[in-house]
Design a protein around this ligand. Sequence first.
Ligand SMILES: Cc1cc2nc3c(=O)[nH]c(=O)nc-3n(C[C@H](O)[C@H](O)[C@H](O)COP(=O)(O)O)c2cc1C
Length: 462
Amino acid sequence: MNSDDAIAAGNDAVEIANGVHWIGALDPGLRHFDLILRTSNGTSYNAYVVRGRDGVAVIDTVKAEHAESFFSRLESVARYDEIRVIVLNHLEPDHTGALPELLRRAPQARLLISKRAPAMLKALLKPTTDQLDYETADNGDEIDLGDRPLRFLHTPFLHWPDTQCTYLADEQVLFSGDLFGCHYCDARLFNDRVGDFRFAFEYYYAHIMRPFKAHLRDALRLIAPLPLALLAPAHGPVLRERPRRYISRYRELALCDEGFEQAVTEGNDHRSLILFFLSAYGSTARMADAVRAGAERVPGVRVSLHDLEGGETQPFVDLIEQADGIVLGSPTINGDAVKPIWDLLSSLTVVDLRGKLGAAFGSYGWSGEAVPMIEDRLRGLKLRVPVPGLRVKLVPTEDELTESQAFGQRLAQALMQGDAGAGAGAGSDTGTSTTRGTDASTATDPPSTGGGAKRVLDFSEL
Ligand SMILES: Cc1cc2nc3c(=O)[nH]c(=O)nc-3n(C[C@H](O)[C@H](O)[C@H](O)COP(=O)(O)O)c2cc1C
């Protein structure tokens, strides 16, 4: 079908560039994605076919439930025995659901994944596949369809560790995986024809790309020099009108706080410490005032105090991303910290908090679980917790308020002494629960297998 025709009816492929077809699937009824995202007008799973002199490449597949549309569209532009290579830019099941069946129908096809993808491929496909041949691509590697090479860009963590982009130089098309994608279902397919999807684009960035800003900046550096006529992401509209606009927007979003952070840390003008608290009977509130007063004694520290009662926590996420330290005050209620504290902490998973200072304090009646629970969570979020939390039984005395001030002062001193930059805190953490998972930004790449290296996944190892 010609790109100027609507695609809602039927299961035809849509030509998006010379010899390049969209063969994805539309999912207008989807209302939630990956548990965390609202998809108020559904989504699309974009997959593509590139035809060359010696055969075709299939780039990505679709979610298993939508395999039928994918295969119909694929069959409208290619025979299975023409498929030379299946490229997976990202292994998440919404892009690999149809893979086992595609491999069954096109057994001669080479499977090409990024150099970080093999372990993940194995773990994803082990229930259905005993053994699987694959090849890995490193940054800059190419495969050739006879007359048109496909080049691979290593772009890990956008949005899983396995992710890569694929570039078709002759048509200047970047198959970008989740990068530049969004959950916006519109059968008109192209960005100059669909409805206004700016909200969906920003929302997708905020939840999927934002946690990996450092990786995003690396990816944008790889993409910047490429001549570009079209961005073909794995979800949402195909971006053919002014594609660079979307790259510029990502650059703005990925760099927006970098300058701010540099100004704070390089200029050593000040360090920012943000206090949040809740208090039912005023005891934790009195402690919070004292902690603030103590912290303000330390030159170079700018302190702000926020009561979380009754409001949303979401607006504080940007503030915390740019801060050097956060301190949370909560009474213990029914053996726990109070819900707004947990709401705030859970909303922080979209930002990189490594190395920031964290601390907790609060009043309690008899068991006092809130403070250690908050500290554990702060460590889990990879903040450093250099000063043990402060608990006061019920109403604070003058001495206890003095101790609260001293606590604030110690925190501010730790902020000035410690490096608030990424990764600074690991060595200075005095806490006991310091078990840390593999870190997205510090995880090292496995040794490269080199371009096109052949590997066989042997699932019997499991
Ligand atoms: C509904 C309720 C449940 C509570 N549960 C606990 C608890 O499980 N453990 C504890 O140590 N204190 C508990 N307390 C006592 C409070 O932590 C204590 O009153 C504290 O001083 C309140 O601090 P605030 O004035 O900052 O709200 C509870 C208080 C209330 C009102």
